[in-house]
Design a protein around this ligand. Structure first.
Ligand SMILES: [Zn+2]
Ligand SMILES: [Zn+2]
Length: 438
């Protein structure tokens, strides 16, 4: 069909192809939408995280006696973690009963006491620093190097800590970052345009190549979710399931991807409604009619891309263009932002570099490294395209993707992200460093 177009052009052009015309010429069936019963995570019922206890809580300041010394140490972001306590997992300092119980040890670690239940705990509980003897500055320095593209073995030679110690810190920081993302991003992101792509890598324990699926918001450059797996429909469902969990309930972005049809199945399975046709026994799944999804397909001549063409799989091209222009983009179907973000990930995370010796040992190690790398990318590392012009000698206000997505108020230091307690299995109230918009 494209024989006339296969003449090598000087620059690849983005050709807009009519979907109906393509189907008529090729005589192919249209893609069949999927439903949540095709998604392994939806079938398990893991649709929501455990909810914050919804009962009415009387602030401790109204229950306790008015006598005694007033509270001076700020305890926001920390919580009583005794499950039997009335103030369990309440992080608001106006409500909970936490008071300072002094600082202990060489590193002056803050201890908290809950006046309601009497339990006492260190402020490091639920952080990667719990039970670590090494000073936080040293741990932060090593982890910063790991998230700026330095290899684990190189870190060993630079900082003098053993390979197993650094690997242990990284796995702790990775698990912590995963919980942090779950807490901050759950149903909190408002995105107008999402771009999805996958990048290929290898690990030592697996002979086959593995794929990292990524989804990025085009405006705030937030990497909304990632998934490590193969290139099957199930993997697409995993990615889109997490995307759907992290978007605000009323948010329906424009999707653009490459030509992989698995995205179509993931999108249609997660954005839609169940409905019952008249006289039908079962409920049917109907993808949302407002969905806009376009694919950018590439044709290669050897290793080079000879030409590109785009297909609108869901919705109308005119509506998609109009919405893209309204969001401040040119209206062209493209996946440039996610491809650029993938390049950044390859720069920041050593096992993802091309032609490297420092590949990860197994998938879990790669996942920890990715989770920690993403926490650094989202909260600590300023993004050049997100900076804002301001008056004054500094000229620019540097912003991180989490700031642009209105998840946090300011740029965090690495130590801030390590010190924020996020205990396993508990959903706390918003931390003061966040916007409080959730
Ligand atoms: Zn699902
Ligand atoms: Zn308590």
């Amino acid at each position: 069909m494209f024989a006339d177009l296969l003449v090598k052009p000087v620059r690849p052009k983005n050709i807009e192809v009519d979907m109906q015309l393509l189907q008529e010429k090729r005589g192919r069936w249209t893609l069949k939408p999927k439903s949540p019963s095709d998604c392994p995570l939806c079938r398990e019922g893991s649709t929501h995280l455990p909810d914050h206890p919804g009962q009415e809580i009387v602030p401790w300041s109204k229950r306790k006696s008015r006598r005694g010394r007033p509270k001076t140490v700020n305890s926001s972001g920390h919580a009583c973690l005794n499950p039997r306590c009335h103030y369990f997992a309440v992080a608001d300092q106006e409500t909970h009963a936490l008071v300072s119980n002094g600082k202990r040890g060489k590193q002056k670690i803050q201890y908290w006491k809950c006046q309601a239940c009497g339990s006492c705990r260190t402020s490091r509980y639920g952080t990667p620093l719990y039970w670590l003897k090494t000073p936080i500055k040293t741990v932060a320095m090593v982890l910063t190097a790991l998230s700026e593209g330095v290899d684990l073995s190189a870190c060993q030679r630079i900082f003098g800590h053993s390979h197993s110690t650094i690997s242990y810190w990284l796995s702790r920081a990775g698990a912590h970052s995963e919980r942090l993302h779950k807490r901050l991003l759950h149903q909190a992101v408002d995105a107008g345009h999402l771009q999805l792509d996958e990048l290929v890598t290898k690990v030592k324990r697996d002979e086959e190549r593995i794929w990292i699926w990524t989804a990025i918001t085009a405006q705030s450059k937030l990497i909304l979710s990632f998934h490590i797996g193969r290139r099957s429909s199930e993997d697409a469902h995993h990615l889109l399931h997490q995307v759907w969990q992290r978007l605000k309930p009323d948010c329906l972005p424009i999707f653009t991807t490459d030509g992989l049809n698995q995205y179509f199945y993931g999108i249609t399975a997660h954005f839609g409604n169940w409905w019952k046709p008249p006289r039908a026994r079962k409920y049917h799944w109907k993808p949302d009619p407002r969905l806009l999804y376009a694919q950018l397909r590439k044709r290669r001549w050897g290793r080079k891309v000879s030409f590109l063409y785009s297909i609108v799989q869901l919705g109308e091209r005119a509506a998609l263009k109009a919405r893209l222009v309204a969001l401040g983009f040119t209206g062209t179907v493209q996946t440039a932002f996610v491809e650029r973000a993938n390049l950044t990930l390859r720069e920041l995370i050593a096992p993802l570099s091309r032609r490297t010796w420092s590949i990860a040992y197994d998938r879990s190690h790669l996942a920890f490294h990715l989770h920690w790398g993403l926490a650094y990318y989202h909260f600590c590392r300023p993004h050049m395209s997100l900076r804002k012009h301001i008056r004054g000698p500094s000229r620019y206000r540097h912003r991180t993707p989490a700031m642009a997505a209105k998840l946090v108020r300011y740029r965090w230091q690495v130590q801030d992200s390590l010190q924020l307690p996020v205990p396993d299995g508990i959903q706390l109230a918003p931390h003061p460093a966040t916007c409080g918009c959730r």
